[in-house]
Ligand binder design. Structure first.
Ligand code: TRP
Length: 363
């Protein structure tokens, strides 16, 4: 099927407020893509149904975070006039698609999915894996294909999901004829953005570790978090040589600092390379580097906080944005489901040949 439209579909599980790791790893790029004007349709999904696959006992946690995530999206600059923000569970068609795709995937293939594998370990699910959880890559393939997404901007951890989706697309198209669109993953091009560590230097930013910078953090909170960031434990006195590799502050600078920031906040350095060189040589204190990072992050996050405040004052509007986004998404998914059922020839009541064939058979 020649797919000429360029469509983006992506999303996040609403298990908490979004943090700067989400922002660097995917959210920021979505806004750039949205504003590039290169895409015909953009769908941003609040993946509540997927979040329930490992939070079945705590539906209130998911419910509580729907609006948080919607506010996070809107405040970073997702524009409801250009992008449809929607709630996954509102789109029953996704569940139906998943059910048909399940027949095209083996249990062992799911068990081999690296993302699922590591999540099973993290959740101590080894001895009893909820079926819904194990099969969420199939539901994610439904999410992506329902919108005929050509481009899926996500963090690096989602690569195995895209692989599995492509396999399902190939299998479906081979068995039932060209129907589904093959998606491409789109990762941020900045390496440091791919995996931003927590403020404590731990590889993973997570709420339970308390090492996240949230998009909704106040200026004061941001300052406290930046000034207490993990650096190089061997860099004790200012004159000591320091390490920039694995140094959280420098990883954040790799992700966020730009040339203009130096001219504005640290004009005595030509750029990041020179700053790193000085730190490595010795004679540059952590506090100075942290203050610079704080300025860089404030410049990035101040507008986000301001926009968030204005949406927070108008929750009715946010609710309507979600409602209309969900309606639009439902229409698109329903159209794809129609094509899928047609390809599988199970669209009996929309298929005039069905009755005539059966009549002929029984005549
Ligand atoms: N798995 C994604 C996450 O954990 C959320 C998600 C669900 C998603 N369906 C998707 C992302 C489809 C991209 C495309 O954040």
């Amino acid at each position: 099927m020649p797919e000429t439209k360029k469509v983006i579909l992506t999303g996040d599980r609403p298990t908490g407020k979004l943090h700067i790791g989400h922002y660097a790893g995917s959210l920021k790029q979505r806004v750039t893509l949205q504003n590039s004007g290169a895409y015909d349709e953009i769908y941003i999904m609040i993946a509540d149904a997927q979040a329930l696959t490992d939070n079945a006992d705590h539906p209130e946690k998911i419910r509580d975070n729907i609006m948080e995530v919607a506010l996070d999206y809107l405040s970073i600059g997702i524009d409801p006039a250009k992008s449809s923000i929607f709630i996954q569970s509102h789109i029953a068609e996704l569940t139906e698609l998943s059910f048909y795709y399940m027949n095209l995937v083996t249990l062992s293939r799911l068990e081999r999915n690296p993302t699922v594998k590591s999540e099973i370990q993290m959740r101590n699910f080894e001895t009893s894996i909820p079926v819904g959880f194990l099969t969420y890559p199939i539901s994610q393939a439904a999410d992506i294909t329902a919108f005929a997404a050509t481009t899926v901007p996500v963090g690096a951890d989602q690569a195995p999901m895209l692989e599995q989706t492509k396999e399902i697309v190939h299998k479906f198209n081979a068995v039932y004829g060209e129907t589904l669109t093959e998606p491409q993953i789109l990762l941020p091009d900045n390496q440091a953005c791919l995996r931003l560590p927590g403020t404590d230097g731990k590889a993973k930013m997570s709420k339970s570790l308390g090492n996240c910078i949230y998009l909704s953090d106040s200026e004061e909170t941001l300052k406290t978090k930046v000034m207490s960031m993990f650096t190089d434990p061997g860099h004790i006195r200012v004159q000591d040589p320091g390490r920039v590799e694995g140094n959280t502050v420098f990883i954040y600078l790799d992700a966020f600092s730009r040339q203009e920031h130096f001219a504005e906040y640290l004009p005595e350095y030509a750029g990041l390379d020179e700053l790193k060189e000085h730190y490595t040589r010795g004679g540059l204190g952590d506090v100075k580097v942290k203050k610079f990072l704080l300025n860089v992050l404030l410049e990035e996050l101040n507008p986000v906080r301001t926009l968030r405040k204005s949406y927070e004052k108008d929750m009715e509007r946010v609710y309507e944005i979600l409602r209309s986004g969900s309606e639009k998404a439902k229409e698109t998914a329903a159209a794809t489901l129609g094509k899928v059922k047609h390809a599988m020839r199970i669209d009996y009541f929309d298929d005039a040949t069905f009755l005539s064939e059966q009549k002929a058979k029984f005549s």
